[in-house]
Design a binder for this molecule. Sequence first.
Ligand SMILES: *[C@@H]1O[C@H](CO)[C@@H](O)[C@H](O)[C@H]1NC(C)=O
Ligand SMILES: *[C@@H]1O[C@H](CO)[C@@H](O)[C@H](O)[C@H]1NC(C)=O
Length: 245
Amino acid sequence: MILLLTVQFLYGIAASVDFPANLGIQRCNQIPTPQFDQCFTKAVNEAIPQLKDGYPRLGLPPLEPIKIAQTKSRQDGFEINLSDYELRGIGANLIVKRTEFDPKNKILNWYGTVSSLLIEGEYTIEGKILTMAVNGGGKFKILAGNISSELKTAFEVKNIKGVDHMVLTKTEYINRDIGSASIFFENIFKGNKAISDSINAVINDNWREMDALTNVFNKALTVFVQNYMGKVYSKVPYDELFPRM
Ligand SMILES: *[C@@H]1O[C@H](CO)[C@@H](O)[C@H](O)[C@H]1NC(C)=O
Ligand SMILES: *[C@@H]1O[C@H](CO)[C@@H](O)[C@H](O)[C@H]1NC(C)=O
């Protein structure tokens, strides 16, 4: 008992920021059992509501909403620049269904669902969408339901000033399924509301075939996740996140 307390005490001192212990959630020891993934999935789901408004000690931004200053994308015949936009629903509605942690191959994969996601902000666009010429900009709004996605990450373990830290080496965000979507791009055909409305109607009928549109947000989320996990990994020692027995 005393030994245990001492170990915990030392552990607390050694830990630069005492995370995730500060959130009062369980740490999952790296015992190679299927229970590890269950333990970690549960811990993450407990952590998300607490990280919703951000975690300044680690420099973590809020998850509700996620604010993104700029995303530029050029593919499949059109160029779109998004600015000052927000994603609402990830901090509030994300449920991590499963995680896969493989310390040997240094892989951490996440599988989750978001029941409802609202993305809103400003945009400019130029090019062709589904053979229709587009050239405009203004506000945009996308409401998506029942999104299933995967996040595949890989890492290295580096000794930084005597302490092991994870370093993210790969991040891949993939949408597996989107249940529903309603999309609006204001003034997508500059100065002509009737044409803009009909382009929006076509987009709403065909968004499932428009990978290019989904990819814009996948790209933005990948960058967000890279920064977010990068901060956690650089500030919290490996053994504090995933204690090795
Ligand atoms: C997007 O931004 C780039 C660089 O800032 C600019 O050159 C391009 O014209 C913009 N595209 C649109 C569609 O606004
Ligand atoms: C998500 O799926 C559930 C169950 O199939 C359905 O009731 C709900 O309306 C869906 N939500 C959205 C936003 O599509």
